[in-house]
Design a protein around this ligand. Structure first.
Ligand SMILES: [Zn+2]
Length: 200
């Protein structure tokens, strides 16, 4: 894997928030470039029936998404963390008011390798890419107006519930929308010297 080019846990400040790792801070840069608001480590949840707790890395209120960030090969390096994430995702799915839950594994995608269906496919659970409970091949995509962003299966941007309009055609895919590619690039290249929020 190529995810070892940065220390696994280098505290990094971005937009006034100090993240446990530079990798988490890069995702905050990505969200900022798509004008998605985010809360870092918003609230610790009790895993009722199975015991223990789970602390999401991010909550994105604009799209109701809990985002878990892993540096890569999460199933190998942190199986217990993956298990707790799965319990949390199941509880959210069972809750009528629950949020969406996704895990983002490995490095921020290389924009030169992203196609309309999103970054290159992974072929192992929790290896590289966006995972939801029981499924993968999700990717960031844009709604038909190009103003809103979310994760959908194979980057099917017409499925985003944003209030613009929807496109039922499953071949309508926007994983390589220019703003998404620019956000990937910004997140990968940020040097975290100014500690300020970039203008999107
Ligand atoms: Zn929209």
């Amino acid at each position: 894997m190529t995810s070892s080019s940065e220390p696994r846990a280098l505290p990094t400040t971005w937009a006034g928030v100090t993240f446990r790792s530079r990798h988490e801070a890069r995702w905050a840069v990505f969200f900022d470039h798509l004008d998605l608001r985010w809360d870092y480590e918003p609230e610790r949840y009790t895993l009722g029936t199975v015991g223990g707790t789970y602390l999401p890395d991010f909550y994105l209120p604009d799209i109701g998404l809990f985002a878990e960030i892993k540096p890569g090969l999460a199933g190998d390096v942190d199986p217990e963390g993956v298990w707790r994430w799965e319990q949390f995702a199941a509880a959210q799915a069972d809750n009528p008011n629950g949020g969406k839950v996704a895990m983002f594994c490995d490095r921020i995608p290389d924009p030169t390798k992203v196609t309309e269906t999103g970054p290159p496919k992974c072929y192992r659970w929790f290896e590289s890419g966006v995972f939801i409970l029981g499924d993968w091949h999700y990717a960031w995509c844009a709604c038909p107006s190009g103003d809103h962003f979310d994760v959908q299966y194979e980057a099917r941007g017409g499925r985003i519930f944003c209030g613009c309009f929807r496109i039922a055609d499953d071949h309508y895919r926007t994983g390589d929308h220019p703003r998404i590619l620019a956000a990937y690039e910004a997140a990968r290249s940020e040097r975290f010297e100014g500690h300020r929020r970039n203008a999107a």
